[in-house]
Design a protein around this ligand. Structure first.
Ligand code: AMP
Length: 287
């Protein structure tokens, strides 16, 4: 079995399990809160801290892992990134106290003290800016450091920005944007047998991710407006047009559409006289 390291708690845990389940790999363990579970027939899940996953994957303790791009960068471990899972979106940001006059990370004075649980990435960022800073590593709750007087600046993950706000902090720069990634052990990818199963897993996960932003639209449209229908719902390779038994002037048009454009698409279809419009989610999409 190939071993997949999955975050045991935190923002990525539930969404990772949901994604695998949608791809047909439901995590099943004999006991509640188990550290190991079967993930379909060919994979085994191990539940570990998201921070530890790059290391477990790099040294081969796990063949694959799901963790944040921020944690992969911070670990400095050599893992092969296979897929952006497009959830857990956040940014690693530099923030100062609200009342600070500093507007941009480049303006920070030499020897500014920075508290962060991302010391490596932070050092690299300021090295590149050629601003010599003093980085103090904390394991969490960096937001409190400026108020305790132990740091002037923090580097932390920001999602909505509300944590910074309630702690009286303001962003002055972004070090990196991050989402959850599927990463792999390089020798496992290169191995014939493991590599093939890894490719199959990537294909399955990718099809679920792709489907998330799409809907399947069906509508009855007047036969004499098919050119316009094609322009409104081009689909993946043109809409599917189906005869309706005793349909008279009507045919059915089916197509995959971008979920963000559904609202406009329906209005445009109605404008050319479409009826019986039906929109459904798609479980998987493999073009
Ligand atoms: P927010 O208030 O939404 O900006 O969230 C900020 C807090 O949530 C900080 O304590 C971050 O460390 C944490 N956080 C936000 N997004 C993520 C993420 N994708 N993964 C892990 N921690 C996160």
């Amino acid at each position: 079995m190939l071993r997949v390291a999955i975050p045991n708690k935190g923002r990525l845990a539930d969404q990772t399990l949901t994604l695998f389940e949608k791809a047909g790999l439901k995590a099943e363990s004999r006991v509640d809160r188990a550290l190991v579970a079967n993930l379909g027939e060919e994979f085994q899940a191990i539940f570990v801290r998201a921070q530890d996953i790059p290391e477990f994957v790099a040294d081969g303790a796990a063949d694959l892992g799901v963790t944040g791009a921020d944690l992969v960068a911070e670990s400095g471990q050599g893992v092969t990134e296979l897929l952006d899972l497009e959830f857990g979106r956040c940014r690693l940001a530099v923030a100062v106290r609200e009342e600070s006059p500093v507007q941009d990370a480049r303006e920070l004075a030499a020897q500014t003290r920075i508290a962060t649980s991302f010391p490596r990435v932070t050092e690299r960022f300021f090295d590149e800016l050629q601003v010599p800073v003093h980085v103090a590593s904390v394991s969490g709750a960096a937001e409190i450091a400026p108020h305790l007087g132990v740091a002037d600046v923090i580097v932390d993950l920001v999602s909505t920005g509300s944590t910074l706000k309630v702690n009286g902090l303001r962003e002055i720069g972004t070090i990196m944007d991050s989402t959850a990634r599927l990463v792999a052990n390089a020798p496992a990818v290169a191995d014939d047998e493991k590599g093939e199963r890894i490719t199959e897993l990537v294909t399955a996960l990718e099809s679920v991710i792709r489907a998330r932003s799409k809907r399947y639209l069906m509508a009855n449209v007047p036969k004499d407006r098919l050119d316009e229908v094609k322009a409104i719902i081009p689909g993946l390779s043109g809409p599917t047009i189906i005869e309706i038994r005793n349909g008279g002037k009507w045919v059915a048009a089916h197509a995959v559409v971008d979920s963000r454009k559904i609202y406009q698409t329906i209005i445009r279809l109605k404008d050319i006289g479409a009826e019986g419009i039906l929109v459904t989610p798609i479980e998987r999409l493999m073009p």
